[in-house]
Write a protein that binds this ligand. Sequence first.
Ligand code: PMP
Length: 400
Amino acid sequence: SSVFAHVPPYPGDPILSLMEAFQQDARADKVSLSIGLYFDEQGRLPVLDCVRQAAQALSQNAVPCGYLPIEGIAPYRQLVQDLVFGADHEAVRAQRIATIQSLGGSGALKVGADFIKRYFPDAEIWLSDPTWENHLAIFEGAGLRTHSYPYYDAATGGLRFDAMMDTLRGIPSGSVVLLHASCHNPTGVDLSREQWQQLIPVIVERGLIPFVDMAYQGFGDGLDEDAWSVRALAEAGAQAFVANSFSKNFSLYGERVGGLSVVCNDATTAANVLGQLKATVRRNYSSPPTQGARLVQQVLQSPELSAQWAGELAEMRGRIKDMRARLHHALHERFGERRDFGFLLTQRGMFSYTGITEPQVHRLRVEHGVYLIRSGRMCMSGLSRANVQHVADAIAHVLG
Ligand code: PMP
């Protein structure tokens, strides 16, 4: 008899299972608006030209593939700091930020979560309602208790800012608060700068520990604009965790490349924190992989390739905005004043919460080959000029 008899089958990740169903769907006009990947107008995952050039340059002088330092490549780590915080940021200059290379944004969240569990064993973490499902899995998996604070307002497609603030004013000091820097997943609803300016003093004065997840830097308004909240927190004296990912903005999903930065109040503390982050990595996976970080480093250290990257990113961002406008326009034509889709224009980044219910999501898939995830979250980058009308018609059909 099997010693593994008590191991239940894995039901699968709902988003990835949906992707498989999509691939098996024979309909020519099927549209995938589920998984959080950026697709171009032709529905392909792009290979950025700056990355292609970086790969060529790297392949010309083959370097041996030894182990990287536990904390990752030193110049890469500095470039991450400069990109996330801005090279002139006081916290960067004061060397009071500890940054490690991470396995994507997920790896940064996991190392941060393990570090918190060890050094803040009683801290509990507060997540937006709703948030990326893996936030829950990662923090609970690290042994932390999770709670949620009010966030998305289903009635308006906007933010429950007052309720969010009330909750954050009432939670124990020392609590960790997970915040999305920009392009909130899954809702697309972000805080405005004015709202951040109200939130940040509450965080600092109440001694809350922000953990900022920045998985979409450059997909909202721009590289610096999207990092504004992170920089403002550090400037205000918040001691904070920041997870950043290059999966989307470099289209390097499978390379698993990102960073974890911990903003401390001085350089000595940052050195100690860096040491303990290394210890955390050592007992997890020992050291990070090479290729993704080398590619990103190659781009970011070159002014020409960086400028090119910023341009390619602007194109991806622009296409998403264009699709938001086109879908909004097509839906407005179908619904007129009967239903307001203005949230499509105010929400930012790759995702929108559409308010489409689970039974309607089901009908969209079965009757029209339009794939959304159960919550009604739509990935805008699955839209193209060629399919946006079909999607609008399908939505009009199921919403009636
Ligand atoms: N955080 C958020 C909010 C995300 O949406 C994602 C990716 N779906 C991640 C983190 C993880 O990104 P990565 O693939 O780089 O691990």
